[in-house]
Design a protein around this ligand. Structure first.
Ligand code: ADP
Ligand code: MG
Length: 238
């Protein structure tokens, strides 16, 4: 599983500077959570890592490779969004296997990967169902399964739980933690939910107005926030 580095990354939309020089090193197998208020640049940063958005300046490295010129499909990443966009005409198995089929991966290998992902996500009994026959939480687990079967070097999650009700949010959060443990995957996860950040992260990156305010373990940020903004968002006041 790859490490990830952001080096002096900036992004402007027209005259608006949205990302203002972000440096970050993510270790192999690390669970990194981006938190920060709405509009602070979390999704933009994730989309830059994925290659769905070009940075204005700076570099993105995945493993040993600078990927600035590498298209999204070749970056070895899989992304899970808040809206899970499953194909309604395909059953769960079909949704999970589609990308692999398009890559020309042999059928037996596809089946084996789907089985493994279904095991992790407790989807075994649902493989023949269509999305319309699933609950919101089950659909989101299929979307996560679709990412797992691609065996990416890096998982990117953009607020994957925000469309779920409270109980499902907790369940799915536990699935995601389990997924990280079982796969040893490097994972960058965006949320504006403090509980999600505190329970899932190895390290939390606190973003504000396109800049990093602080990076640290949940306990470090809680005990020793760098400033009032971080304290307000995560920890106790200094
Ligand atoms: P977050 O995910 O933290 O809520 P975003 O990364 O979506 O924030 O957005 C950061 C800022 O960039 C916001 O002010 C948003 O309006 C702006 N922005 C995002 N995408 C575009 C775009 N394609 N064109 C212009 N402005 C954008
Ligand atoms: Mg966002």
């Amino acid at each position: 599983m790859a490490s990830l580095a952001l080096e002096k990354v900036t992004k402007s939309f027209g005259k608006t500077d949205v990302i203002k020089g972000v440096d970050l090193d993510v270790r192999e197998g690390e669970f990194i959570v981006f938190v920060g208020p709405s509009g602070c640049g979390k999704s933009t940063l994730l989309r830059i890592i994925a290659g769905l958005e070009d940075q204005t300046s700076g570099h993105v490295r995945i493993g040993d490779q600078v990927v600035d010129a590498v298209p999204p499909a070749k970056r070895g990443i899989a992304m899970v969004f808040q809206s899970y966009a499953l194909y309604p005409h395909l059953n769960v198995r079909g949704n999970m296997g589609l990308a692999l089929k398009q890559e020309g991966i042999p059928k037996a290998e596809i089946e084996a990967r789907i089985k493994k992902a279904a095991d992790i996500l407790a989807l075994d009994a649902l493989l023949d169902r269509r999305p319309s026959e699933l609950s919101g939480g089950q659909r989101q687990r299929v979307a996560i399964g679709r990412a797992i079967v691609r065996q990416p070097k890096l998982f990117l999650f953009d607020e994957p739980l925000s469309n779920l009700d409270a109980a499902l949010r907790v369940n799915t959060r536990i699935e995601i933690a389990k997924l990280h443990r079982l796969l040893g995957a490097t994972l960058v996860y965006v949320t504006h939910d403090q509980t999600e950040a505190m329970t899932l992260a190895d390290r939390i990156v606190v973003l504000n107005g396109g800049r990093i305010e602080q990076v640290g373990s949940p306990m470090e940020l809680y005990k020793n926030p760098a400033n009032l903004f971080v304290a307000g968002f995560i920890g106790s006041p200094k």
